[in-house]
Design a binder for this molecule. Sequence first.
Ligand SMILES: [Zn+2]
Length: 277
Amino acid sequence: MPAALPYRIMKKIILLLGLLCVFCVLLTACGEDEEDDYEWIDHLQTTTKAPTLTPTTALSPTPTEVPRKPYILCLDPGHGGRWTGAIYYGVEERTVVLQLAKEIRAYLNEHYPDIEVYLTRETNECFSDDLGTDLRKRVEYGKEMGAQILVSLHLNASDAHNLRGTMVCISKQPNINGISKELANTLMDATEALGLRRRGYETRNSGDTFDENGVPVDYYAICRHGASLGIPAVILESCFMDNEKDFAFVKDDAAIKKLAAAEAEAMAKFLISHYSK
Ligand SMILES: [Zn+2]
């Protein structure tokens, strides 16, 4: 039988093994941190594809090999999550505007390869269960993706169900008011040519919220956050869901496709005329 190792040597071996384990754990932890940081920075600088959104992982790392395109558009299908938006004729606003956004993107991908399109949501999921946080994050997402403009897609409804036409809500703040007005008019030129009434653009100040200089901020959150982040963010209310004649413009796949093509053309025209280098 081999002789047992002296107690002193055993003690040294155990100590050395212990130190080795601690060293390995530290090395692994440092490596993971570095990799996370690298992927995050890389994603912010060169990402080209819209990540899939979930409430907990708003922005996830994406492939980086494709160069950025000259024009970048962010489409925000309104509502989603626990917010349905208006419901008429058996359909929910959140579902129609998501389909509309996807059709606009498909049209632009086919006809305007120089325009990169991001959607703030690809499914019913949105950024947060808290409305204020969700709306802020939608605009932050557009800004982070480098979008030159953000168009939030909605459908309207009125108390007496007797209104018709397209309206666009824009910011009152001087840094983006002028350009938002131009964008609103370009969008309404397109829907008017399709046969929708032109209701015009609307601005509205918050009655109880002011910036640090005491100037009232926009009532509409999307516009307000657009102003604070310096991105023209407008709310396009294409038509009234609760009016039969207006509803015809979104009543089925073919109608939505037609509306999407007209709005996509308007967005392309606006981007190319304002952001050509
Ligand atoms: Zn809406």
